[in-house]
Design a protein around this ligand. Structure first.
Ligand code: FAD
Length: 460
């Protein structure tokens, strides 16, 4: 049997591409060596967000008195075994759903490790399969650092941390990026003492500077120790904990260390060079706007091509690649990807940051609006937050950056506006329900042109 396409990797890139290719009439084989759903479903987006929902619920109970709720005597606490069980149920549920969809669309699921053989043929566990096209969607894997040996018990990546049935007493997180900051907020709410060690001069470096500073302030205010411009030179685990040596020769003792210094494309076992597929200096598979590699019969999408390294980017690329290949559509050109970060408070951004606009020499104006002026944020008891909107001289939205409750949901409207090249007037002419948090975003956009209704200032 010859497949129209063999897809390697059933993460949010690969399985979504398989569904779209099948619905366009292609005969599809989906090859997975581990579990359906990839990192996102099994060890990434979904497990972390299920944990974070438990942390939110605990925080809600801890602050319930502020909303006039009287609770029975005693300290509320977290039951990590129950948190784990809930996570497993959610993950298994979703995995079952994916399997049903794939079967329903006639995608053939093949279990095993795919690799190219010398001469370029594709094989699963050494057995060749025939396909007119191949899509590589093998994702990424954790970067490890010298001097910090991962033992999966005391010194771990998020893979092991997501299986913990206990709360670490003192968690040192190496890396103040997205995953490090999400874990820091969640574990601190669960009751752990948390220290973040970040080599750069701020946490979450690519995020809009003002937003990253507000997040750092909020995290420090809750007792999270953030050490920037500091590196971990060594970590030595023993039965009682981990001795962590920092730059400057300071040593701290932690119960556990989470290494979260980023992920890199995973092409290790694929032998892509045998198929004439080029890899960049950074180890990612190089592709053109149709997601074709240097061998045009072989495409690649998702974390393995580097760039955004987000689940929704992988899925979007998978759909776009299949529509160009089997639906004969134009290559997809949108590169507007919203970045949600599920810290506490949440942050999210889309489009350019002030730092990028300045370095590109773009003439822009900025509008801001605080959550504290939002009726909904006050009713929710969560008035800390801000919306920042950057616009061009003609009012076109260039970038939207949010910190505060529901920021990761609110960014959807901004993503639509920025990707469609909308102007401030388009947002103003859209009626926003009251009282809701998206009113904050609409006011920030209007503020960029001096027209925010609930803000004093000189109207333009
Ligand atoms: P993957 O999901 O990595 O899937 C690749 C699949 O390929 C895997 O199942 C793997 O087993 C399989 N595979 C690899 N090699 C082979 C082979 N040779 N043969 C057969 N199968 C193979 N992103 C977000 O957008 N939002 C979030 O909130 C978010 N949270 C995250 C939290 C954590 C802790 C982590 C680690 C990541 C998070 N991400 C998040 C990132 C997101 O998980 C990835 O961007 C996404 O999973 C990438 O999808 P993918 O399909 O490219 O690859």
């Amino acid at each position: 049997m010859t497949y129209d396409i063999a897809i390697i990797g059933a993460g949010p890139g690969g399985y979504v591409a398989a569904l779209r290719a099948a619905s366009l009439g292609a005969k599809v084989a989906l090859i997975e060596k581990d579990q359906l759903g990839g990192v996102c479903l099994n060890r990434g987006c979904i497990p972390t967000k299920s944990f974070i929902a438990s942390a939110h619920a605990l925080k809600g109970v801890l602050h319930a008195a502020e909303l006039g709720v009287r609770l029975p005597e005693g300290e509320p606490s977290i039951d990590m075994r129950a948190v784990q069980a809930r996570k497993t149920t959610i993950v298994e549920n979703l995995r079952g759903g994916i399997e049903k969809l794939l079967k329903g669309r006639g995608v053939e699921l093949l279990h095993g490790q795919a690799a190219f053989q010398e001469g370029g043929a594709l094989a699963i566990d050494g057995n060749a399969i025939e396909a007119k096209h191949v899509l590589i969607a093998t994702g990424s894997k954790w970067i490890e650092l010298p001097g910090i040996p991962i033992d999966h018990e005391r010194i771990v990546t998020s893979d092991a941390a997501l299986d913990w049935t206990f709360i670490p007493e003192h968690l040192v997180i190496v890396g103040g990026g997205v995953i490090g900051c999400e874990f820091a907020c969640m574990m601190q709410t669960f009751g752990a003492k948390v220290t973040i060690i970040e080599a750069m001069d701020s946490i979450l470096p690519p995020v809009e500077g003002a937003i990253s500073r507000l997040l750092a302030r909020a995290m420090k205010g809750r007792g999270i120790d953030i050490r920037t411009k500091t590196t971990v030179d060594a970590a030595v685990a023993s039965e009682g904990g981990v001795s962590v040596t920092l730059s400057g020769d300071e040593t701290i003792t932690a119960s556990h260390v989470l290494v979260a210094v980023g992920r890199r494309p995973d092409v290790s076992a694929l032998n892509v060079s045998a198929a004439g597929v080029e890899v960049t200096e950074r180890g990612a598979i190089a592709v053109n706007e149709r997601f074709q590699t240097s061998n045009e019969q072989i495409l690649a999408i998702g974390d393995v091509i580097g760039g955004w390294m987000l689940a929704h980017a992988a899925s979007h690329q998978g759909i776009a690649a299949m529509q160009t290949l089997f639906g004969h559509e134009e290559a997809c050109t949108t590169n507007v990807v919203p970045s949600p970060i599920f810290t506490d408070p949440e942050i999210a951004g889309v489009g350019k940051t002030a730092e990028q606009l300045k370095s590109d020499g773009v003439d822009f104006r900025t509008g801001r609006f605080p959550y504290a002026a939002s009726g909904k944020a006050l009713c929710d008891g969560d008035p800390d937050g801000q919306a920042i909107v950057h616009i061009a001289a003609d009012g076109k939205l260039l970038g939207v950056h949010l910190i505060g409750r529901e920021a990761t949901t609110m960014i959807a409207e901004a993503a639509l506006a920025v990707s469609k090249g909308m102007r401030v007037r388009d947002i103003e002419e859209t009626i926003h329900s009251h009282p809701t948090l998206p009113e904050v975003l609409a006011e920030a956009a209007a503020d960029a042109e001096g027209r925010a209704v609930h803000k004093l200032g000189r109207p333009r």
